[in-house]
Write a protein that binds this ligand. Structure first.
Ligand code: G4P
Length: 525
């Protein structure tokens, strides 16, 4: 198959949701349809259950699952689908943000009773920043939930995106009858008795077809009224608006009951984008270019502490990736080739000879890669779009065992390369500060330093409100600022200057007094 055909048939996406909305269940049902798994229950939730935050076995278990399910590839209807998994716990939100840089589209799962929840809002912000096309799946229609019109208003308002229902629920909860699929114009009947098969699909000519009355009584008239209202209220579905990230098609269903999932999947393979051009610092890269480019968006350490190797997850942006071929690691300026690149098909890993844009290749790494690193066929290129956000929590990290200083330094360094947290070094006193999104990461770091590197670390409190990357065209003012605030200036792992503001007030004062200094809350600006 030609490179062009291979690219056109790829759909790389992530499913995102607030915990418990049904992401794991939907993922599993998509894999069932794709024939990638054969029994329900094969995809384990990668949630860290409430109250288990200090249970380290739980953390290891979760890590094990997230290696196995990081990428789930399968074939469906001639299309190669790659689902990129995102962590369920909000303390790992930064991981999810990075994964979103490697997808071409997103499916958002919303619980029909709870509506739009906090984490969905944050994730949608990242999608909006990148104009990522999104499809919304409203889940759990087998339970009583919010009125669908109300829910659509809420989605539109809170996610700040226009919506267009492509299926419509006929009642809900105990009297849920099914959905009318407006994309394919058919009636999909719900039966809760058999969770593993698809309900009956009734072909109808239009919504006035008398056959409908028989199947969905006593809700036929209400359904017709509502559909009329939908068609009157919402614009026609324009695929370009979806591809531009301006309009989200909405589907209704029940992932647990396998209901509405196929409607979603069939429409998804039709409308979701194949790999699109990606912006590098130097230029825009088109997937159809013949030379290879791509970047590492995730690094996973080996679960076995005796083998300190890692898997780097490499997203191909253009050209064909081939085994045992020299590629340029652009940050190190050195050529590398890979003897055992792996592809991920459902839960299985296998060595591959070639892979195409949209695919994720697992590269066995002995310490060459950091998150964001670019590989190319020879061109000096660096992809943008893997920003670090200002952490929300900060702590000094200190060595707990003077005999293990080297182990600690190496461990901290490697965990930061993996993107577990961010490291800042205070320029004034040389002390190292770890910044995270949530408290759980501190426990993960401490646990992994001990088990994988034999190092003991202690944390000490530090009063920091926000980390801001500082730059200015006015060099004199920047130097003056750094001199005056010398106890609060640090550098990040790339050596960039960071101001560690201790309060909102001190940040505001700094912004007022030094108008030419720019304070950025993400590392990419
Ligand atoms: P998440 O990955 O988004 O966190 O959610 P997950 O799929 O784990 O689903 C969260 C809970 O919601 C699970 O129940 C799951 O069975 C249930 N669920 C998912 N889809 C539907 C649906 O369409 N209808 C109904 N009624 N429930 C649904 P749980 O009790 O937390 O877990 P489990 O013990 O069933 O695994």
């Amino acid at each position: 198959m030609s490179l062009e055909k291979e690219i056109k048939r790829r759909r790389t996406f992530a499913i995102i949701s607030h915990p418990d909305a049904g992401k794991t269940t939907l993922t599993e049902k998509l894999l069932l349809f794709g024939g990638a798994i054969h029994v329900a229950g094969a995809v384990k939730s990668n949630k860290i259950k409430k109250g288990a935050t200090s249970d380290f076995m739980e953390i290891e278990r979760q890590r094990g699952i997230s290696v196995a399910t990081s990428v789930m590839g399968f074939e469906y209807g001639g299309v190669k689908i790659n689902i990129l998994d995102t962590p369920g716990h909000q303390d790992f939100a930064e991981d999810t943000f990075r994964t979103l840089t490697a997808v071409d589209s997103v499916i958002i799962v919303v619980d029909s009773a709870k509506g739009v929840e906090a984490q969905t809002l944050k994730l949608m912000e990242v999608c909006r920043m990148r104009s990522t096309p999104v499809i919304v799946f409203v889940n759990k229609l087998d339970r009583n939930g919010k009125d669908p019109f109300e829910l659509l208003d809420e989605i539109e308002e809170q996610l700040k995106i226009s919506v267009r229902p492509l299926s419509w629920p006929i009642s809900m909860g105990p009297s849920f009858k099914g959905v009318y699929n407006m994309y394919h114009n058919n009636l999909n009947l719900f039966s809760s008795s058999d969770k593993q098969t698809i309900g009956d699909v009734v072909k109808v000519n239009d919504i006035n077809d008398p056959a409908i009355d028989k199947f969905v009584a006593p809700f036929a008239d209400k359904m017709r009224e509502e559909l009329e209202l939908v068609n009157g209220c919402y614009p026609e579905f324009e695929i370009q608006d979806y591809l531009d990230g301006k309009l989200a098609p909405v589907f209704f269903g029940s992932a647990l009951n396998n209901f509405g999932v196929q409607d979603l999947l069939d429409c998804f393979i039709d409308i979701a984008p194949s790999p699109r051009p990606i912006q590098a610092i130097q230029r825009e890269v088109n997937p159809y270019e013949s030379t290879l480019t791509g970047f590492v968006f995730k690094i996973h350490a080996n679960m076995d502490p005796n083998h300190r190797d890692r898997i780097a997850f490499f997203k191909i942006c253009s050209g064909k990736f081939e085994r045992n071929t020299n590629y340029l690691h652009t940050r190190l300026g050195k050529k590398l080739k890979f003897a055992t690149p792996t592809a991920f098909m459902a839960e299985k890993k296998s060595i591959i000879d070639e892979a195409f844009p949209g695919d994720i290749v697992g590269i066995h790494d002995t310490g060459n890669f950091k998150i964001g690193d670019t590989l190319s066929s020879g061109e000096d290129l660096q992809f943008k779009g893997l920003p670090s956000f200002s952490p929300l929590m900060f702590k000094y990290v200190e060595n707990g065992d003077p005999m293990k200083y080297k182990q600690l330094a190496k461990g901290v360094d490697q965990l930061m390369d993996e993107g577990v947290a961010q490291l800042f070094t205070n320029k004034f006193n040389g002390r190292k500060i770890i910044g995270t999104v949530g408290a759980l990461q501190y426990e993960v770091i401490q646990y992994r330093l001990l088990h994988e590197y034999g190092a003991t670390c202690k944390y000490e409190p530090v009063n920091i409100y926000k980390a801001c990357w500082i730059v200015s065209d006015n060099k004199a003012q920047l130097e003056d600022f750094k001199k005056r605030k010398y106890t609060n200036i640090a550098f990040d792992k790339h050596g960039r200057d960071v101001f560690l503001a201790d309060s909102m007030y001190s940040l505001q004062m700094a912004q007022e007094k030094f108008p030419d200094v720019k304070f950025h809350f993400t590392s990419e600006f």
